[in-house]
Design a binder for this molecule. Structure first.
Ligand SMILES: NC(=O)c1ccc[n+]([C@@H]2O[C@H](COP(=O)([O-])OP(=O)(O)OC[C@H]3O[C@@H](n4cnc5c(N)ncnc54)[C@H](OP(=O)(O)O)[C@@H]3O)[C@@H](O)[C@H]2O)c1
Length: 313
């Protein structure tokens, strides 16, 4: 059987997709894969100038691509709200929500709402975004939500008493926790939509190790320029291309083979590289109790509720 690749993406004509962090790395190539197969892609980015630059590049690669830039800063819940209000005013459907944007191993920073930045952007911002777009997703036949996680979820731990890392901040552990939160949210959302008989596919993906700007941004914010150079070198030796890294997200978003609650990543050595296949999260970390508690805390912290336990009956 041939390995799944971007040439196998079925027509996306008539579909509307949102890709967060679409101006860079995996988000860019996810947008490209969807746009070249006919989807209209809303590139949800925090920096309009960077997003417009990405649009120019993408239009050179895919002339006639249907692209729209909309501002979204996931580190600010008021920006998430404004984005969803604007989107729901302009669009009456949403076929694909790709929760892709992220930050990795940065120094301690807080979001506008006072959350530790990695947890705030990688999980809470996307939780609020998904909640506020949920009505549109559930009313769009065949809709999917894809959450981009990482192998780093395997070293994440969910300490609900120190979610904001006010004690003992460790940047890599904070990244791992935020990516574990992505998996817990995906699994719990899949279960909740199924229990309500809602027709929405909920999936997660990870890119293995892809040569994006993620490592460099972390090094830059940590004030370690030499690490940027080292990052370049490591990327050029070990990493796969960002184009390949986007394949698991594209597979989850478009393939008919994917299963509800499935997690997809590269099939090569240690899931670091290769074509997308079904992969499995760390079983010890994904218990029901953790999932439910994270959901409740996410609702409390963001002030946004959906499919909450109270509504499950
Ligand atoms: N690359 C890898 O090997 C790897 C491995 C595992 C998982 N991942 C995951 O893949 C996803 C994409 O990362 P990438 O590798 O493509 O890195 P990237 O090239 O650095 O792209 C990250 C994107 O997220 C955006 N972003 C950051 N903070 C944001 C905020 N507050 N609001 C809105 N957007 C924000 C960035 O915007 P700016 O350009 O404005 O900063 C950028 O568009 C992340 O979730 C990451 O955890 C990547």
């Amino acid at each position: 059987m041939s390995k799944w690749n971007a040439g196998l993406i079925p027509s996306q004509e008539g579909k509307v997709a949102i890709v967060t962090g679409a101006n860079s790395g995996l988000g860019y190539f996810t947008s490209k894969g969807l746009a070249e197969n006919g989807a209209e892609v809303v590139m949800a980015c925090r920096n309009k100038a960077k997003a417009e630059e990405a649009v120019d590049t993408l239009l050179k690669d895919v002339p006639g691509a249907k692209l729209k830039v909309m501002e979204l800063d996931l580190s600010d819940l008021s920006s998430v709200k404004t984005f969803t209000e604007q989107f729901t005013k302009e669009y009456k459907k949403l076929d694909l929500l790709i929760n892709n944007a992220g930050l990795m191993a940065i120094p301690y920073r807080k979001t506008k709402d006072g959350f530790e930045m990695q947890f705030g952007v990688n999980h809470l911002g996307h939780f609020a975004l998904s909640a506020q777009l949920f009505a549109l997703l559930r009313s769009t036949p065949g809709a999917r939500i894809v959450i981009v996680s990482s192998m780093a979820h395997k070293f994440g731990n969910m300490d609900l008493d120190n979610l904001n890392w006010e004690k003992n901040y460790r940047k890599w552990s904070a990244y791992g926790r935020s990516k574990l939160a992505n998996i817990l949210f995906m699994l719990e959302l899949a279960e909740r939509v199924d229990s309500k008989g809602i027709e929405l596919k909920v999936l997660a993906a990870h890119p293995g190790y892809a040569a994006s700007n993620l490592l460099e941004k972390g090094a830059e914010m940590n004030g370690r320029p030499w690490l940027i150079k080292a990052g370049h070198m490591v990327n050029s030796i070990v990493a796969q291309s960002t184009e390949m890294g986007a394949l698991p997200s594209l597979y989850a978003a478009t393939s008919e083979e994917v299963e509800q609650g499935g997690y997809y990543g590269p099939g090569g050595f240690n899931e670091m590289r290769g074509h997308p296949v079904r992969v499995y999260p760390n079983n010890k970390k994904i218990g029901k109790d953790s999932r439910v508690k994270l959901w409740e805390r996410s609702e409390e912290l963001t002030g946004v509720s959906f499919l909450s336990n109270a509504n499950l009956a």
